[in-house]
Design a protein around this ligand. Structure first.
Ligand code: SF4
Ligand code: SF4
Length: 365
């Protein structure tokens, strides 16, 4: 695979720089996620992956090793997400060692629900760091707080820093929680705190309306995570971690099933999908613009009365096979190809602050 010929015309920032090595794809993903397990000691009310102690989905270890081999051909970074990856820290340690030998940077996202005594926490973090782990991203916010005291997250952060890991705190914020409230406990630590807005997906769909900020028009904003795919425990591969799990076949957000097709082919096809390119560069609003003057778009697309974020617009369009096929036709014509090139140039030049934040705290780089 590979379409290196398109890169010089305005390579999006998910594309690796420089000529590819022989046999490697010319374009690369910024990061690829491996959801080793969906099980989690917590059951947060906003959880987009609907994880909990009762959910038992888990990847086979040998299967995960095979995935890591393929992932190394398509990205320079691997993120273990979940669920709670630390529940299987021995397997994750072995996978980190494998990834390291393949040249991958590795990251883990943890909800800190497993953290108890300091000594045991330190032993586990050190084991992963010794295998080559680069960074730890701790998800913590008002929803986690209901299940696990913030002191656990703070202790995990401190131990990880002392172990030499790069640490980030990722929090989902909502109108029911004051902005910046989470930062107090981490204020004295050298950590970056990233806040993302909650959207009405996964378990969050059951929360009262007071938890969400609504807009009454199809929302604008590009998507910074559409080229950060994730492989879930059942082998399904999605274009982003979290929201696209709710996409239905033949949605372009569902990249494929790695138990029936090769992960290599699935990842290669995803890199070349112009619909994902538009989502990355212009956001789902770019798809909406391509559809709104088309007869099929006018007939099939029904705007919601209220949106909590761009993911809802994205799913409404990509879940509709007729809209997807209309988009594919439109993206074949010369003007649309020009749009792709211009949008890639525009996306690369605009400030980082214009990208969206999704409500999934389980994925980051
Ligand atoms: S949000 Fe994270 S910590 Fe909370 S239940 Fe989901 S996976 Fe577990
Ligand atoms: S807009 Fe949302 S659903 Fe669509 S690709 Fe981005 S994160 Fe996923």
């Amino acid at each position: 695979m590979g379409d290196g010929e398109s890169a010089p015309t305005g390579a999006p920032d998910h594309i690796g720089a420089g000529p590819p090595s022989p046999g490697l794809p010319a374009r690369k993903y910024k990061v690829i996620g491996l959801m080793y397990t969906r099980t989690c000691p917590l059951a947060c009310e906003h959880c987009i992956t609907e994880s909990s102690p009762q959910v038992k989905e888990r990847m086979g270890f040998q299967q995960a090793r095979d995935y890591v081999q393929t992932i190394a051909r398509f990205s320079s970074a691997l993120c273990f997400t979940g669920g709670e990856p630390f529940l299987y820290y021995r397997e994750i340690a072995a996978l980190i060692r494998e990834a390291k030998t393949l040249g991958l940077e590795t990251y883990i996202v943890s909800g800190a629900g497993w953290v108890r005594e300091e000594a045991r926490t330190r032993t586990r973090v050190k084991m992963l760091a010794d295998m080559g782990l680069s960074g730890l991203h701790i998800s913590w916010d008002q929803y986690h707080e209901k299940f696990a005291p913030q002191e656990r997250a703070a202790m995990l952060a401190l131990i990880a820093i002392e172990t030499g890991l790069e640490v980030k705190i990722r929090s989902v914020v909502s109108p029911t929680w004051a902005k910046g409230e989470n930062q107090t406990i981490f204020a004295r630590l050298p950590v970056e705190v990233q806040e993302t807005q909650i959207v009405q997906l996964g378990r969050a769909a059951s929360l009262p309306a007071s938890h969400f900020a609504f807009s009454d028009k199809p929302p604008k904003g590009s998507c910074g995570v559409v080229f950060s795919p994730v492989v879930e425990p059942d082998g399904c591969v999605y274009a982003c971690c979290g929201p696209s799990h709710y996409g239905r076949k033949p949605s372009p957000l569902f990249l494929g099933d790695a138990t029936t097709d090769s992960l290599e082919d699935i990842l290669a096809q995803g890199l070349n999908d112009p619909i994902l390119e538009i989502i990355h560069n212009l956001g789902p609003y770019g798809l909406y613009q391509l559809l709104k003057d088309h007869p099929i778009g006018q007939e099939q697309f029904k705007a919601r009365s209220a949106y909590t974020g761009i993911c809802e617009l994205c799913l409404d369009i990509t879940d509709n096979p007729e809209l997807v096929s209309t988009l594919r036709e439109r993206l074949l014509d010369r003007d649309a190809k020009r749009l792709l090139i211009v949008s890639a140039l525009w996306r690369n030049r605009k400030p980082e602050g214009n990208t969206i934040s999704i409500s999934d705290p389980h994925f980051a780089l």
